[in-house]
Ligand binder design. Structure first.
Ligand code: CDP
Length: 242
């Protein structure tokens, strides 16, 4: 499988066309960014850790009935995936209140949210990913009411499956962000990635952070150790490729 044309270079991943027009090759780079890309560093092997973690999670989700774009991981940092037309919505699910939620609303940090909060933000760094609601989504022409319902249901299902999977690895899924897209037949599939870049993950016992929040807080020297800890806990020894 060969990379052909670069069709999108995001903050941390590059997407290429390939021989098969229904598929893309996604290269996970070693970049780490924060603040809508304002701060950027290179972290050794970060792309590979995220690609392997994301592939594992996508496989677990597939086994539990959530359709994803994942096809294969031919190299540790290279994913072959179904080509999707991405929907510019960041669907965020929150099980514990923290981050922007407690900065913007009178909810105490650490409050357990039952049922979980599902929030949709408009994916656009220039506008700083503003929060959406149903009528804004429709006014912007991003999705229909039926599609909003599908995104919500899928995000909650992902939360249910992942919360259990990570709990078994001694990790609390505090919150996370997912993105979806449509395949050539119009089916909505989970796309992008699920990795410590877009999740808040806390050690179940110590409540230590195991995700990109460390980088956001300037603890750059602790970030890769945390990502590797997540990798070691969720990737069985016979599946380890890094
Ligand atoms: O506190 P902060 O502004 O970083 O974001 P948040 O709205 O509290 O983030 C909720 C969850 O979504 C966290 O797990 C973030 O990592 C994730 N997120 C993301 O991956 N990308 C974004 N653009 C926004 C949030």
């Amino acid at each position: 499988m060969e990379k052909k044309e670069l069709i999108n270079s995001g903050k941390v991943k590059s997407v290429f066309t390939t021989d098969n027009e229904d598929e893309v090759i996604i290269e996970f780079r070693d970049d780490m960014t924060a603040g809508d890309g304002a701060r950027k560093e290179v972290m050794n092997n970060k792309g590979a850790y995220n690609a392997v973690i994301s592939s594992k999670i996508f496989k677990i989700l597939e086994e539990n009935g959530v359709a994803t774009q994942f096809i294969d991981l031919p190299e540790p940092n290279v994913m072959v995936a179904k080509k999707l037309e991405m929907i510019p919505i960041e669907v965020i699910v929150r099980n514990i209140a923290t981050g922007s939620l407690v900065r913007k609303y009178p909810i105490e940090d650490g409050t357990r949210l039952e049922p979980p909060i599902v929030q949709m933000d408009y994916k656009d760094d220039e506008y700083h990913d503003p929060m959406l609601n149903d009528s804004l989504i429709k006014a912007l022409g991003i999705a229909t009411q039926d599609e909003i319902k599908i995104l919500t249901e899928k995000a909650l299902k992902i939360n249910e499956v992942l919360t259990k999977f990570l709990k078994d690895a001694g990790i609390i899924l505090v919150d996370f962000k997912v993105e979806f897209g449509k395949d050539k037949d119009g089916n909505i599939l989970l796309g992008d990635e699920i990795s410590p870049d877009g999740c808040r993950l806390w050690d179940s016992e110590t409540l230590d952070m195991l995700d990109k929040e460390l980088f956001r807080k300037g603890k750059d020297d602790e970030v890769m150790e945390a990502y590797i800890e997540v990798y070691n806990r969720i990737i069985p020894d016979d599946e380890k490729v890094i």
